[in-house]
Structure formats: structure tokens, C-alpha cells
Design a binder for this molecule. Structure first.
Ligand SMILES: [Zn+2]
Length: 497
């Protein structure tokens, strides 16, 4: 077989401040930069679904025709221009090339400026040119809001089973296995899907913790009874009708698929309050962290979840920095604070200089502002380093000019490009050894756990002012499906108050 392969990933927080332009995809941000054709093969050592798929099907003796791989960090909508250019390349290739099947490495929560269901629309355009008989398999992020259109237009859809997403390549391999199983069979696979009637906060989706861990353990137990079984807890910051978690599966026998899906669905839904999250406010969280740090050997890690660029933040809010300074925290570090002007000022002044600047600040966030102060320039870097943690191991990164600034007892890893703080090497890029700090503030929600849990005395999830509203019931929803509960056991959307 010759299989057409394309990747187009974006997680869209429709409430976030900044859109994803074509340039965002060219840079890649949290992902590798855009590659075309044979260039896709340069990604084969990176933990990505497309690499897992390609390595697997090639090992089975099949050929691959790569079209494009394009991903951008989470943000507000994908611009019409970026969507049309990238989707257009994929559809053109599907229309012109000669091949036997298609694999798409997609996120599943893409909203473009001109359409709500980015992936469903892409599939519908591809179907229009390849016809109903062409087998199409898709892998999705577990933060996918899986739509009816995606499920009905693809022959097979699978999703990540870990968050932090350490199984991206493995998910691509599972998509490959599903494709080969579908191609071998002369019976069509039957799909069964069930929509979960409440939004799940991102912070309670971590598969290193309960209840998500147990849900995926049950999934693995049930899956041998069917062809494929999946659960996507969704991305609860995309305002469109089909935002929310979905359980789905395939079997050649519809009743078998139905039984497995139902069992997993019940495990997800009961009890609903298992998904509720307790957040702390900055002040008590930092006080508690300082108290623990007095006697701890390892750093206390604070997740500044509402400014996580992995869910649409710009990685520039100053709320946690202010709190650390106000409480006199010592041996604390915060990363990444994305501020290209501050990085430039530090590089101009040089190591050892003190610069008087207004650092960071997200203008769209109420309660946030730049922090004016005197910062000591302690180290400079060109921002080029390689990820060493389990999630993006081996990915070369370029965050532009970086600097280590110090104010009071706090060291700040400043970058010129935004990226989620999920790898210890992001601190090391400016000479901070994270395990030597007393307190670390990571602008991340969950992904940092993959590389930081082992060095953490304790992890505290904090809500400082930021563009990502971690409690979905506090978002100004307009287009959500009527009847959805806005959080576990939360208020029902569309119901008269
Ligand atoms: Zn994700």
C-alpha cells in the first residue's frame, strides 16, 4: 500500500487573546516548525503521531507519501488564511496523488475564524475528492472535541491515552494498526459513540492521577473485546456546539462495540464529582509552598495553569511573580515568561547589568499588568536547546533570545517565543538547575508533570489572573450544546436561570 500522510494540529481556545496565523504554523511554537513532503521524515525521531504511524506502516512493508506536517501552539482561532492554505495543500494532494489510503495526524479541537469544526471540514473536503471508498484513519489529541462529522467521515479515529501526552507516537502506531485491520477485513467496522453530558476541567484530566488513570486502565482492559476503543475528555474552552468529552469505539459487531463503549462511558460519568478540581489562590499557595520548602529536599512546584500557552495563554502574566515578590520567596524560579522586548534589553545590557524595565503583562487579562522593576541580568542564551524530558524528547527548540533575570529571590526564565514549560531543559537553557530551586512556578497545566513529578516535593495548581479560565463554568459560553453541564455537577447551559 501507499498511504498519504498529513498532519495539521491546533488546539483552539476561542476565548484566548491571540490567533494562530500561518506564521505560527511555520514556527511551530510548541510543535516542530512546518515541513512539507520528504521534510516530514525529519520528524521521525520526535514523539509525534505521524512519526509513530510512518515508522509502523513502513516496518509492515508499506509506502508513505507525506504531504505536510503543520502544528502551532494553542491559541485563539486559526486564521482563515492559515486554515485555507494548509487544508488546501492537503486536499490538493488528496485530489492529485495516487495512493491507497489516508492517515491524518490532527488535534480535534481546531476552530478557524470562518468555521467551527476545523477537522470535520477538512475531512469533508477530502471525502469530496477521494470518494466514499477510500479508507481514512485519523489520530487525535485527547483534548479533542470529537464531532459527529469527524466520526462519520473517517473510517477510524483514535486518540492519545496519556496526559502528559507521552504516547503521541504510540497513538500514531495504533492508527496504523487500525487502518491495516480495516483494510484486511471484508466486513465494515461499526462505530458506536456516546457524548458525555458535562465539561471536564483540563486540570483533572491528568492520567498520572485519578480518575483519568483508572478510566484509561479500564479502556485497556475492554479494548481486546473490540477493534478499537477511545475516550477524549475534550478541550473545555472552545465555544461551539460539540465541545465536550466523547467515548467511541469500533467493532465488526455493533453490539460488541456498544457494550465496550457503554462500560467505559459509565466509568467516566459515575460519579461525576470525581472530575471536580480544587484550585488555590496565589497568596495562600505561595505561603504554603514557602512553608513546605523550609524543610524539603526537592522544589515545590506551582502550576500557573491560567497562563499556560498549551491551552491558549501567552506565557506573560505576572500574577505569580508579584506574589512571590510580595511574600519574599527565596530561591524561586518562574518560567517561561515570554517577553521579546525584555530579552532584547537584557542582551543589550549584558550579563551583570541591572535593567529597569516593565516585564511581561497580558493586556487582555483583567487584574494583570507588566511588572516594573530593576532586574539583574544573570545569564543570556540564544534560546536553542533540545528537549530532554519524556514528552518532547529530542525536539530541537528555538525560543529566540533568552535571558535569566533576577529580582529579589526570584529568577525568571525570559524567552522571545512562547512555549509551555514542560521540560527541565527549558530552565537549563538559561542556567537554572530546576532541582536546586526551592519553588518553581511553571506556566503549564499538566504536561510539566511528565518531566517534573520526579523532582517535585509537592505540586500545587494555582489560579492567578490569566487568559485560560481553568473552571469552564466561568467562561462566557454562547454556542455550546444546550444541556451540557459547564463542569462536573455544574450548571446546565441553555437553561433559564
Ligand atoms: Zn492535548
Amino acid at each position: 500500500m501507499n498511504i498519504l500522510v498529513a498532519g495539521f494540529q491546533h488546539e483552539t481556545n476561542t476565548f484566548a487573546p491571540t490567533v494562530a496565523s500561518y506564521e505560527s504554523f511555520v514556527r511551530g511554537e510548541d510543535f516542530p516548525g512546518l515541513v512539507r513532503g520528504e521534510g516530514v521524515f525529519e520528524l521521525l525521531n520526535v514523539n509525534l503521531p505521524a512519526s509513530g504511524f510512518i515508522n509502523f506502516v513502513r516496518a509492515q512493508g508499506h509506502l508513505v507519501t507525506p504531504v505536510i506536517w503543520a502544528g502551532a501552539g494553542a491559541s485563539a482561532h486559526v486564521t482563515t488564511d492559515a486554515y485555507e492554505r494548509i487544508a488546501g495543500e492537503i486536499v490538493d494532494a488528496a485530489a492529485s496523488a495516487s495512493f491507497d489510503a489516508i492517515y491524518l495526524d490532527l488535534h480535534g479541537a481546531m476552530v478557524a475564524q470562518h468555521l467551527d469544526d476545523g477537522e470535520g471540514e477538512l475531512l469533508s473536503r477530502i471525502r469530496a475528492v477521494v470518494g466514499a471508498d477510500m479508507k481514512i484513519v485519523v489520530s487525535l489529541d485527547s483534548h479533542a472535541n470529537v464531532t459527529q462529522q469527524i466520526l462519520s467521515l473517517a473510517d477510524g479515529v483514535v486518540a492519545y491515552r496519556t496526559y502528559p501526552h507521552v504516547d503521541m507516537a504510540d497513538t500514531g502506531r495504533r492508527a496504523g494498526e487500525l487502518l491495516l485491520a480495516l483494510m484486511r477485513s471484508d466486513r465494515p467496522a461499526q462505530l458506536v459513540a456516546r457524548r458525555v453530558p458535562f465539561l471536564i476541567p483540563v486540570n483533572s484530566m491528568s492520567t498520572m492521577l485519578q480518575p483519568a488513570r483508572g478510566v484509561y486502565e479500564l479502556l485497556a482492559e475492554l479494548e481486546p473485546q473490540v477493534l478499537s476503543l477511545s475516550f477524549a475528555p475534550g478541550f473545555p474552552a472552545a465555544d461551539f456546539a460539540e465541545c465536550g468529552p466523547v467515548v467511541w469505539g469500533y467493532a465488526f459487531d455493533e453490539a460488541e462495540a456498544g457494550r465496550a463503549v457503554q462500560a467505559l462511558f459509565e466509568r467516566v460519568c459515575e460519579p461525576e464529582e470525581q472530575w471536580a478540581v480544587a484550585f488555590e489562590a496565589p497568596d495562600p499557595a505561595v505561603r504554603r509552598a514557602m512553608r513546605i520548602a523550609r524543610t524539603a529536599d526537592k522544589p515545590v512546584i506551582i502550576a500557573d495553569t491560567q497562563d499556560n500557552p498549551g491551552v491558549g495563554g501567552d506565557s506573560n502574566t505576572t500574577g505569580m511573580l508579584r506574589t512571590l515578590l510580595a511574600l519574599g520567596a527565596q530561591d524561586a524560579a518562574i518560567g517561561l515568561l515570554c517577553d521579546p522586548a525584555a530579552a532584547a534589553a537584557a542582551h543589550e545590557a549584558g550579563v551583570g547589568a541591572t535593567i529597569d524595565i516593565a516585564l511581561g503583562g497580558c493586556p487582555q487579562v483583567e487584574g494583570d499588568a507588566p511588572l516594573r522593576g530593576h532586574f539583574v541580568v544573570e545569564a543570556l542564551s540564544d534560546g536553542k536547546f533540545v528537549y530532554g524530558g519524556p514528552m518532547m524528547n529530542g525536539k530541537a527548540s528555538d525560543l529566540g533570545r533568552m535571558a535569566r533575570l533576577r529580582i529579589g529571590g526570584v529568577r525568571i526564565a525570559v524567552s522571545s517565543a512562547k512555549a509551555q514549560l514542560l521540560d527541565r531543559n527549558m530552565y537549563r537553557a538559561v542556567g537554572i538547575e530546576p532541582s536546586q530551586m526551592k519553588i518553581l512556578v511553571n506556566k503549564s497545566s499538566v504536561h510539566f508533570r511528565a518531566d517534573f513529578a520526579a523532582i517535585a516535593e509537592e505540586i500545587i495548581v494555582v489560579r492567578a489572573p490569566g487568559p485560560f479560565i481553568a473552571d469552564p463554568s466561568e467562561l462566557p459560553w454562547k454556542k455550546l450544546g444546550r444541556g451540557m453541564r459547564l463542569k462536573p455537577n455544574g450548571p446546565v447551559f441553555g437553561k433559564a436561570q
